[in-house]
Write a new protein. Structure first.
Length: 318
């Protein structure tokens, strides 16, 4: 039995963290879809106004590019303050030092994302815009990882999943994370640089096949905790494929039905944005799935060389 105390409120606050961050992600994806990243030429001010004093709501009816970009900045500031509260709460209540360090890393990554977004504006650099979008998936995944290790299921795994066997699941889950990272990078190249479409399609097919195989393998691993995220991963992947197909149709048209694509239409903005956001959620789900697999592998009696075995023996990951 773990010696670490489960903190329900802290855990729920940690779960809410990636949800709050998702608002920033959605706003940022809309900004990119609308090509509104340079709606303001200054940063951290907006047209010379302090962030909180800028008349943001006025732009709702007059300038959607500025409305979205400033909304993205406000959402970024919100998740920044949220991350500060989370880190302070961890310092006060959490006994595992490495979890406290993870909370600090979440805060630093949010700050880094804000600075990177600011430099993208000041330098008007598309490369920084692509990097800013790519790191968003990493930050959200780190937040989800922290919420996972604060959960009761993580702490009870040492007793619940001792009979689980994830020997085959572990390399497969790790490969899925790697493929989806490459897939997301290719998606960023398409959105920001206009290249990499065919590679993106091929990589997407490979990832979907592997995710399907992962579902069948996790059904036999004797860990419902792992199997649940395996199934969730498939659901999110199928949704992502559907959104990708819709994004393709609204961009290139569909001759069979007579549908003609219109450049920068509301349909294009909506489906490109949704495809980007769900892509981030897909990568985050894959990371959580892999982390659960590693946790079960560390406590399982069937594990040969568990990656986290030494920490498990000392109670470090309990």
């Amino acid at each position: 039995m773990t010696n670490h105390q489960y903190h329900r409120r802290l855990h729920r606050f940690a779960i809410a963290t990636p949800v709050v961050a998702l608002v920033t992600v959605i706003a940022g994806a809309l900004v990119t879809s609308r090509r509104a990243g340079m709606a303001f030429r200054d940063w951290p001010s907006s047209d010379g106004h302090f962030m909180l004093s800028y008349p943001w709501l006025r732009d709702f009816a007059t300038n959607w590019d500025k409305f979205l970009e400033h909304g993205h900045r406000l959402a970024g500031a919100t998740i920044g303050f949220w991350s500060i509260i989370l880190f302070c709460w961890l310092l006060k209540s959490e006994s595992r030092r490495w979890v406290k360090w993870t909370g600090g890393l979440v805060l630093l990554s949010v700050i880094a994302q804000g600075l990177l977004g600011g430099m993208r504006v000041r330098l008007d650099a598309q490369t920084l815009a692509m990097l800013h979008g790519g790191l968003a998936a990493c930050v959200l995944s780190l937040m989800a990882f922290l919420a996972t290790v604060l959960g009761r299921s993580w702490m009870e795994a040492s007793e619940r999943d001792r009979q689980a066997d994830v020997g085959l699941v572990k390399p497969m889950a790790g490969l899925i994370v790697g493929l989806l990272a490459m897939q997301y990078l290719l998606g960023g190249l398409i959105r920001h640089m206009g290249t990499g479409l065919h590679e993106h399609l091929v990589m997407g097919i490979a990832a979907l096949v592997l995710i399907l195989a992962n579902v069948f393998v996790t059904r036999r691993c004797r860990s419902n905790w792992v199997a649940r995220t395996g199934r969730l991963l498939l659901v999110v992947a199928l949704l992502q494929v559907a959104l990708g197909a819709c994004a393709w149709v609204v961009k290139y048209g569909f001759a069979t039905t007579g549908f003609v694509a219109t450049a920068d239409s509301i349909q294009q903005v909506v489906f490109r944005t949704a495809h980007t956001v769900v892509g981030i959620l897909l990568f985050m789900t894959a990371v959580v799935h892999f982390v659960r697999v590693l946790r079960v592998d560390a406590v399982s009696e069937y594990s040969d060389q568990p990656i986290l075995s030494q920490a498990a023996a000392t109670g470090g990951i309990a």
